[in-house]
Design a protein around this ligand. Structure first.
Ligand code: NAD
Length: 499
């Protein structure tokens, strides 16, 4: 494990429109969830810092040197950022692991994916085409896309470098100036991202990284008249509040929110594949994942056998230190979050649920210093129990049986959320039918929690609004403008001027 001084943490200053300086907002403390030691205490952004960053972003976005930069030239900057993320990948992985408690194996993968995201949007930018539309008169019609101007990304603590890249890369590619607001529990890696962008030659003012309180920094970004779009990833209630404020100023928002995603196992599923995929789907990232497959539905004919096997495999998972390459389940991010998971398990018991494994913090010297919680499986509750309806965002899975396809679809859809669904079956016709029948933004068949920057992602219902990733991810950060160019050279006949 690298020592704190060797990791290359940022120096505690925030990035306001191209200038590194001490924030004027309240203090933020980043801790290492593996032992609760303090990584760093820094001053976050104040409302005045945010307003200054917005003013600088406005100037930078309007500067013809950026606004009119040709796509291939803008793409070159994105490539340099991608190269920088690759060069700094190990440092980014270490910083993010310190900030969130995620395993180094996971944060290394996230750093690589962030670099890939910038490369992908550089390629999209260079290859995206504007369309001539079929003309219905003596004119040429076309539709072009222009930057929005000043835009903001508000991100949660669970995968900061990936969430940052997912917003920042397409927003810059689209020609905007971007204000990023990381979560208070994980401010550090976004500041490293700012260093990488600066090193890559991104002109000053085009990026600000403003850690701070959601109600102050986040709210200023959402309500400020100069900010033209907000992309938010986080909890559903906060997202709903942001959408209401955005509606008042008629601002587009994109919302990536919470989930309670079902995984359906049919009796013909390959049990080895299904068990491995289900474990990964719920217990990787210690369940702190929007797409965690937290509701398992198993066909009744195989229910007892399958659940027994799943419980045995869950008990064998290695809970441990984030820097240990053998660790599968690392600490949770903070004590208040772990206490919330404990409360959810207690509530499941009070509802009449039965704990099949886990349900508590692990015991032993290796776990005393950190914020650990055992992978937990609960059974015996109806789908309308709070345990099956509310997001826990921890390593807690509920299992329940179903009879047939129709019931599996009905149970899946009986949720306020609609983010993702997993289906395990050898029958691809059935996978297709069920996949089309469930109300979620993503469906995984015989796999789970796979991601690709080239495939759009987002939720429906309480899981969100809009899509990120994919080619259309670029257009989500632009405005469309239509042109009519006269080709007749004659006055309009209505005016009666023509001979
Ligand atoms: P959160 O909603 O508490 O915070 C998210 C961000 O919003 C933080 O930066 C926070 O400071 C900011 N914020 C809080 N109040 C605000 C306000 N009033 N105005 C503006 N900004 C405000 O979420 P969290 O606890 O950081 O993250 C966990 C949640 O994020 C879970 O619900 C999870 O499902 C969701 N999430 C969703 C996705 C997705 O893509 N669908 C991905 C990751 C996480």
């Amino acid at each position: 494990m690298a020592k704190l001084q060797q990791i290359g943490l940022p120096d505690g200053r925030i990035f306001v429109g191209g200038e590194w300086r001490e924030g004027r907002g309240p203090e933020i403390t980043s801790i290492y969830p593996a032992d609760r030691s303090v990584n760093m205490t820094l001053r976050g952004a104040s409302r005045a810092d945010v307003e200054e960053a917005i003013a600088r972003a406005g100037k930078a976005a309007a500067d013809p040197a950026w606004r009119d930069l040709l796509p291939h030239a803008r793409a070159a900057i994105l490539h340099r950022i991608s190269d920088g993320l690759t060069r700094h990948a190990e440092r980014i992985a270490q910083v993010q692991s310190r900030d969130t408690g995620k395993t180094l194996a996971e944060t290394r993968a996230l750093a690589a994916s962030a670099a890939g995201t910038f490369r992908y949007y550089a390629a999209v930018l260079e290859t995206e085409e504007e369309a001539l539309t079929p003309s219905r008169g003596s004119y040429l019609t076309m539709s072009v896309h222009e930057p929005i101007g000043v835009v903001a990304g508000i991100t949660p603590w669970n995968s900061p470098i990936a969430s940052d890249a997912q917003k920042l890369a397409p927003a810059l590619a689209a020609g905007n100036a971007v204000l990023m607001k990381p979560a208070s529990w994980s401010p550090l890696v976004s500041l490293v991202m700012a260093q990488v962008c600066e090193e890559a030659g991104l002109p000053a003012g085009l990026l600000s990284v403003l850690p701070g309180r959601g109600e102050e920094v986040g709210d200023t970004l959402v309500t400020h008249p100069a900010v033209g779009k907000v992309s938010f990833t986080g909890g559903t209630e906060v997202g709903r509040g942001i959408a209401a404020k955005a509606a008042a100023k008629l601002m587009p928002v994109s919302l990536e929110l919470g989930g309670k995603s079902p995984t359906i196992v049919f009796e013909d599923a390959d049990p080895d594949l299904a068990v491995a995929g289900i474990l990964f789907g719920i217990f990787s990232s210690t369940g702190q994942s929007c797409i965690a497959g937290s509701r398992l539905l198993v066909q009744r004919s195989i229910y007892d056998r399958f659940v027994e096997r799943l419980v045995a495999a869950t008990k064998a998972l290695r809970v441990g230190h984030p820097a240990d390459p053998a660790t599968q389940v690392a600490p949770l991010i903070r004590d208040p979050h772990c206490e919330g998971v404990e409360r959810a398990v207690a509530a499941a018991l009070a509802e009449g649920g039965e704990i099949l494994c886990g349900g508590a913090r692990p015991e032993g010297a290796a776990y005393d210093a950190g914020i650990y919680f055992l992978p937990t499986i609960i059974a015996g509750l109806p789908n309308d129990a709070a345990t099956c309806q509310e997001e826990i965002f921890g390593p807690v899975l509920h299992v329940q049986p179903f009879e047939d396809e129709a019931e599996a679809i009905a149970l899946s859809n009986s949720s306020s959320y609609g983010l993702a669904c997993g289906i395990w079956t050898r029958d691809f016709n059935r996978a297709w039918r069920v996949g089309r029948g469930v109300g979620t933004g993503t469906v995984w068949v015989n796999t789970y929690k796979q991601f690709s920057i080239s495939t759009p992602f987002g939720g429906i219902k309480d899981s969100g609004l809009g899509r990120e990733k994919g080619r259309q991810g670029l257009r989500a950060w632009q405005r469309q403008k239509s042109f009519y160019l006269d080709t007749s050279g004659r006055p309009h006949p209505w005016a009666g001027l023509a001979a």
